[in-house]
Design a protein around this ligand. Sequence first.
Ligand SMILES: [Zn+2]
Length: 430
Amino acid sequence: MVLFGSNDSSQPNSEPSARYRQQLLGSEMQLSPLPLPFAGSTTTESTPQQKTSPSIEPSDTIETAPIKWRSERIKAGDSFAIAMQRLGHSASMVANIMLTGPAAQQLTHIKPGHLLELYETKTGLEQIRYEIDPLTRLEIILNTTPPKAAVVDLPVETRFRHASADIDSSLYLAGLKADLSDALIMELANIFGWDVDFTLDLRKGDRFTVVYSELYLNAEKVSDGQIYAAELITRRRQIRATRYEDKSGAISYYTPEGKSMRKAFSQNPLPITRVTSRFNPNRLHPIFKTRRPHRGVDYGAASGTPVRTTGDGKVIFKGKKNGYGNTVIIQHGQRYTTLYAHLKSFSRKLRQGSSVKQGQTIAYVGQTGWATGPHLHYEFRVNGVHKNPLTVKLPPATPVKPNEKHRFLAQVKPYIEQLDTLSSHQLASN
Ligand SMILES: [Zn+2]
């Protein structure tokens, strides 16, 4: 029986995957399905119905076989061996399957809810498919010599969309009104979060527009794609952002002129720094003599040394915080917060809610709270999770490199033009 064609060896296995990954990253405007590594031209493997209805029989061009694909959802607590046993296959069969190639290792960490499919004929088990994620599948062919196992990227289609909505009460509700997914709304907030305080700066009648993509597998949406361009119009200003993948493959959002949408962080909150205690999840606390995580970095400094904020942001806490003593917490964009503790005193101008610029003095080193001597305790959180401030990957804030400016302008031009078109439609309809 020939299900995948006798010419699979002529199908390069790695090349389509690499191209797919690149397309998933969205570097290409127009996507077309590429051949699957195993799907030779003699099969119907890549026809649309195959992917959404896995139980549908692949048409066998050689002989007429009865429908044999069996589908099974992995259950909680299943190992591959347990699932196979339930489907009537022996431990030795499982062992053979595991020997089909490195890709078969995917079966050592199968997840509940994912689809396992078996193709069985009178002669036995011939093929196995396992859904790694909605866009990737493990395919094992047993009835070839030698057997084959490969991780296959399914042929996704990128569809471009745009949405606009007036903001009545919040960006989130406006996003929902425009049918955007939660994840896409969060991404939109992340893009503009360095420039806009969503609770204070937005007013009724402000408006956003977004050009984005969605990934489809056989006419069924499988995931969000990316935001390619976005615009926020408030009473005071118009902000635009566009996505750019530079030559090294790094993706970031920029203004149409090529400035980063993000703002820079400096590594240190003190001008001259001496680290006295590092980030350590298992530290013996100097006062309590017990194991307590040290979720920040301590900088030794004389009492009264000015403490500077490491990035532009907004003061979200200023006051006493038990063991931390006098503390300042600053929110930077949507994802980042920094915390400064054991402070002797605060900068006089500093208020909760006030904006601060990178490098601005916010407070002075002290030893309030649980501290054995004057030092600054500094924390860096990403989405609320403590990161080591000395090693955390800080978001790039550099503009597009001068030698990539032409490339940048060419890549973002269609998105900016689309924003222009959408904006002019809005004006016309107002
Ligand atoms: Zn500390």
